[in-house]
Design a protein. Sequence first.
Length: 446
Amino acid sequence: MRLSRYFLPVLKETPAEAQIVSHRLMLRAGMIKQESAGIYAWLPMGYRVLRRIEQIVHEEQQRAGHIPLLMPTLQPADLWQESGRYNAYGPEMLRIRDRHDRDMLYGPTNEEMITDIFRSYVRSYKDLPLTLYHIQWKFRDEIRPRFGVMRGREFLMKDGYNFDLTREDALHAYNRHLVSYLRTYERMGLQAIPMRAESGPIGGDDTHEFLVLAETGESEVFYDSEITDLRFGDREIDYDDVAQCRAVLEEFTSRYARTDDTHDAAVFEAQVPEARRRQARGIEVGQIFYFGTKYSEPMGATVADADGRQVPVHMGSHGIGVSRLLGALIEANHDDAGIIWPEGVTPFHCGIVNLKQGDAATDAACDGLYRGLVAKGLEPLYDDREERAGGKFATMDLIGLPWRITVGPRGLKTGIVELTSRRTGESEELTPELAVARVAEIYAGL
Ligand code: 5CA
């Protein structure tokens, strides 16, 4: 993409309404525009990152054997009356009446609808296990939408639902989700710690939230500092292997880590030596639930078991805050000059800065770099505007591409360009061919 032809409305001033750094940077970097409290338009740069995050979520869900579908944003109220949540959900639910006076709602989550889909088609235990998921916009009329996409009213969520014959099978699905989430967040360059939590309006007894530690986080958390040393890494996992998935759950959840809803000071003190006790704040980027037959029983989602008896299926639901992740990623990756995207989610792989636009040699070298990067399957952003070098650097730093190649007449005289890491600020002088090869190598494993 050439910046002169792109739509990147960066702001010079710091927007006064934004209280936290990720919100400020998303507005300044031209990623989002507020249309109403807690409702945002995703401008091209923000939309690119959103799509990248979605892509990682899709890949990791499907790797775990979960099947994508797409349910609508608008739902009939009838389904929620069956589960008893239509009245229980309260003012967070946006209720709508259509022209035929039918009660509808903008879905805050999809347990009822997926249960309805399941009961419409599935009859036998032989069709289990089954996990269906989608990535779809949700609406919750939050009393205090704030911090930009972090607590929106309209937000993008991945929500997945497992259907199993027994409690044990459903607990395996729970563990499988936990493993897939660890992989998902790590691929984005984030550490998200599973913590014991409250289930709230979704229901059920077993639930973990995934928290990214950050001072601006809305949740108060208590944990054993040893937990921050755990990494899933690139270990192989067989998602059908019950013992293997359970072992990962045990490894990541045996140490004390709880949100304030479930925190118990006495247990904390008994289990964790004082030097390892931590109290901090975190951003909740996902939550997994096991709730058994809470929806399948009232809604009649049953299957015939091996003896021909009709039994309600055991279910759980599992969410990832896809749009909130942009905020969490920026909270965890920025400096005074702007965003620092991890390679896994960056909107463009590499920036190209032409220090002397209109100079035949620098223009030709930039075009060559651009073609070279594209030939390697990468997406560069070429700043080809007639602007001062300082302005170009400031824009690149603000939007946070992890790598930048700078091309100027002085370097070109000796056949050299400069490759700079946004994170460390370190530069290397290389030939254009080697610079392309280096950038391609960096992204090769991602
Ligand atoms: N049905 C279940 C799981 S599929 C569910 O709705 N879970 S949830 O309520 O925990 O939401 C899942 C994730 O969505 C949360 O962990 C959080 O990351 C994100 N989320 C929830 N509310 C908002 C909001 N108002 N703005 C942005 N993200 C949100």
